[in-house]
Design a protein around this ligand. Structure first.
Ligand code: DNO
Length: 399
């Protein structure tokens, strides 16, 4: 695999050189300052390439070119935004990029209730706590339909939790959930969020699924023409939030999307951490089933409090948690071997160690939540170790 590392640009407190020292050979980045829906300027793309080169690495993957709410809901500026997305693909291709990640999560991107949850050794991990989330939805956001979306026991737990909540926690929930985490395209105040939610009235799961297919029908031919693989990141967490449908949460969801638009350029960002929050997602199997369409991989692990959907979970160390990382990597390596036999140029699948716990000096560095230097370095080192072992000429699987 090609070992990459997410870099948020010059504002990132973990530099490109740090990434190189951690063992990465390529960078995953995006122009977060360009408003969603607009074309990425050629000079800005060139500038990001230069910034990365100055640190000694190359820009391999774009994560993400955001998909606007108008595209997801098929309203307003949809047509213009799709034309802009296509043009951005052309420009990225001309600059040498071959892989573009995106997601189709309505309004919210990845969502956590706690960004620095204490683990047993004093490391800090990200956590999604279902009771906190329900308390936010029912008592802080006060979404009119919220009650009906939770079973009675959870309504009661949420009421109790909310009654004991300090102001700082209430503010943190609003910020973490509404204002968005690193890499999220847009952030909202509580009022804006309620208003945005209204724009999804009438958009159910089937409708959103179709809107994704319609979007892919328009952008995939351009991606193919310019030699870019586009790859959809799964829902994180993989179930509906705030009454909004989520449509890339399971193996069946991905199968539907890949079947509807069959070109290989329409592919998957396999995120083991996102999909792994559901006990019914068998990650090694999913990696094998969609192998030919996996263009980018996020390797990360979670430990769930329960095997229910939804559930509470925290981001565990890369080799702990519920996902059998050795089996996932073995599946990806055999896909790479298959591509090599076919003589394919894209036989090296870019992967990045996704997130990491804050450990050691991370605790004082103040990097982006979820993106510490040492926690990710540790994850990458462990994942590379598995890969090196599995591909060893004498001791490995001979992949
Ligand atoms: C979180 C990330 C997400 C992801 C986007 C992809 O760390 O995995 O922000 O990048 O959802 O579009």
């Amino acid at each position: 695999m090609r070992h990459t590392w997410r870099w948020f640009g010059p504002i990132d407190k973990v530099s490109v050189r740090d990434a190189a020292q951690a063992g990465a050979v390529g960078i995953v980045s995006a122009l977060h300052h360009i408003p969603t829906g607009e074309i990425w300027p050629i000079e800005e793309i060139a500038k990001r390439h230069e910034e990365i080169k100055a640190g000694g690495l190359v820009w391999d993957v774009v994560e993400s070119v955001p998909v606007s709410e108008d595209i997801k809901t098929q309203t307003g500026d949809r047509k213009r935004h799709i034309a802009n997305w296509q043009e951005t693909l052309r420009r990225l291709s001309a600059s040498g990029i071959c892989t573009v990640c995106y997601n189709f999560m309505p309004i919210l991107d990845w969502t956590r209730t706690d960004l620095r949850w204490d683990t047993r050794h004093g490391a800090k991990a990200m956590r999604f706590d279902l009771t906190d989330f329900a308390a936010f939805d029912i008592h802080i956001l006060k979404r009119p339909e919220a009650y009906g979306d939770y079973p009675e026991w959870l309504q009661e737990d949420a009421a109790r939790r909310f009654s004991e909540m300090e102001d700082a926690k209430i503010a943190a929930l609003g910020k973490n959930i509404g204002a968005g985490l690193p890499g999220s395209a847009d952030g909202y105040t509580l009022d804006q969020l309620l208003e945005k939610l209204r724009s999804y009235q009438g958009i159910d799961r089937a409708r959103l699924q179709q809107n994704l297919v319609d979007f892919l029908t328009e952008v995939t031919p351009v991606a193919e023409e310019v030699g870019i693989n586009i790859c959809a990141h799964g829902d994180d967490p993989p179930w509906p939030l705030l009454g909004l449908p989520r449509i890339l949460s399971t193996e069946a969801d991905y199968a539907h999307m890949l079947d509807q638009v069959g070109a290989r350029a329409n592919g998957v960002t396999l995120c083991t951490g996102s999909l792994g929050a559901r006990a019914d997602n068998d990650l090694p199997f999913i990696a094998s089933r969609f192998a030919d369409r996996i263009h980018f991989v996020h390797l990360r692990n979670v430990t769930r409090d329960t095997d229910t959907v939804p559930c509470s979970f925290f981001e565990d160390e890369h080799l702990e948690g519920a996902t059998d990382m050795v089996a996932v990597i073995a599946a990806l390596l055999s896909e790479e071997a298959r591509r090599r036999r076919e003589g394919r140029a894209d036989h090296r699948i870019p992967m990045r160690p996704d997130h990491g716990q804050e450990i050691l000096d991370d605790l004082t560095r103040g990097a982006q939540p979820g993106y510490p230097a040492i926690g990710r370095l540790k994850g990458l080192a462990e994942l590379r170790g598995i890969e090196r072992t599995l591909t060893h000429a004498r001791y490995g699987l001979g992949a």
